[in-house]
Each structure stands twice: as C-alpha cells, then as structure tokens.
Design a protein around this ligand. Structure first.
Ligand code: 6PG
Length: 233
C-alpha cells in the first residue's frame, strides 16, 4: 500500500498559514530538544515564507541551526544562490552574528569534495526539512533520471541538473527519509497536477523524485489543491 502524505490546502493568503504551521513545529521541537535543525529549500515559492518569518520579532532564530537541502554551484552573492536568497529573505539587514547557518560550498571548484564536507557537518537527524517541487516533479536538486534520485547511502552529492544553473549540490533521499518532519510547499495548477499524478500512480522514484516526499506534509494553495481534489473526488 502506498504511503499517503498529509495534505493541507490553504484557500486564501497561502503564505501566512504556511509560515505559521512550519513555525509551530519548529517551536515544538525547541520545547522538546532546546534547538531545531531546519533544512531550507531554494526556489521562489518559499521566499514569501522566509520574509514572513523575518518580519516576526519572536521567530526563534537563536535556537535554530540552519542547513540547506541543495545549492547551485555559484558564489554566495550570485543571484542564483539559494544561500544568498535565504539570507536576503530571512535576514534583510544582514545575517546577525548569533545566527547558526551552514551554507553549502556553492563556490567550490571541486563539487565532490564540497559534497563530502557538507555531509560531514550535517547532524545525524534533521528536525524540520523544507522542500519545494518543480513542475517536472524534482525536489531539492533530485531530478528525473538523475544519479542521486535513489541514493540511500550518501547524504550529499554533486549533480548536473536540467534546471539552470546545472551544476548543483543536493541532499539525497536518505536525508529526506531520515528527517523528523518534512514539509513540501507547492502552489499553482501545474505543481498540483504533478502531485496528483504522484498520488494516483506508484511509479519509480527515478521518474518522479517528488515520490520521495510521500510521507511529508504537503502545504498547498487552492490552485494546487484543486488538482488533487479533482483527481481524488
Ligand atoms: C532549487 C530548489 C528547487 C525548488 C523547486 C521549486 O534550488 O532550485 O531547491 O528544488 O525548490 O524547483 O522552485 P520554485 O519555488 O521557484 O518553483
């Protein structure tokens, strides 16, 4: 029997309740463990969530250790850098000294060595892991047919992907499978269609890497959610 995700559809103003839902889990983790390891995603959808958190004086930055699920192999000040995007969105005034944030080495010329170094600094367990999803069904930088898409021994790998910029570092399905709470953020009809396809047919991970997020909690806007409701009606 296929694992089914928890699906939450937010009819209006998607970003606020999504920021609230993830923050609540972060805060619960901090109550239980005094700290929370939070793995950030790249892309544009998540930016509004980071901006909401940035505007909240009570957001518990001091008790969060920030990590990244993937990075484009570009310098941190490059417009395509996930680290650069996250810092601008979460810390528009600059990253405070007290913040514990661990970027992947996007500017390393040796991606294999950079992947190994990042793997070595990851904690054994990521408490909260965020994922976006592409309209082709990729998550992190796990792309259809890619070598990392079914990797369950290494935690971080260099990849060449179809979404520019092509050279990337990504966590593997092993990290996603071992994370505490996984949230998948998706908006829009096209992403809803790809998620409905994941629910309706159990094919190989290589074909649709987002199948690695079946045990996640999917946080969808109305347009994406309608595609699932339509198919499951
Ligand atoms: C990346 C991301 C990637 C992203 C999805 C969704 O570095 O490109 O980590 O997995 O989350 O492609 O991106 P959008 O939110 O921009 O659609």
């Amino acid at each position: 029997m296929q694992i089914e995700p928890i699906v939450r559809i937010f009819e209006t103003d998607w970003a606020r309740p999504v920021a609230d839902a993830i923050q609540a889990v972060i805060e619960d983790t901090i109550v239980l463990r005094r700290k929370c390891s939070l793995m950030l995603t790249g892309g544009t959808t998540v930016q509004e969530i980071y901006r909401r958190w940035a505007a909240r004086p009570d957001f518990p930055h001091t008790q969060i250790a920030y990590y990244f699920g993937d990075e484009r192999c570009v310098p941190a000040d490059h417009p395509d850098s996930n680290y650069g995007m996250a810092c601008q969105s979460l810390f528009p005034g600059g990253v405070p000294q007290y913040v514990c944030i661990h970027p992947m080495e996007g500017d390393s010329l040796d991606c294999e060595a950079a992947a190994r170094r990042y793997e070595a600094l990851l904690p054994d367990h990521i408490d909260v892991l965020l994922l976006g999803v592409g309209e082709d069904g990729h998550i992190a930088s796990l792309f259809q047919g890619g070598p990392a898409t079914e990797e369950m021994s290494r935690k971080v790998m260099p990849v060449i992907g179809p979404k520019p910029p092509p050279r990337r570092l990504t966590v593997t399905p092993k990290v996603i499978a071992e994370a505490g709470v996984v949230f998948l953020l998706a908006t829009g009809r096209q992403k809803g269609k790809i998620l409905a396809r994941v629910l309706n047919d159990a094919g190989p991970l290589q074909e649709l890497p987002v199948r690695n997020a079946l045990r996640a909690t999917w946080l969808l806007d109305q347009a994406a959610g309608q595609e699932l409701v339509r198919d499951h009606a």
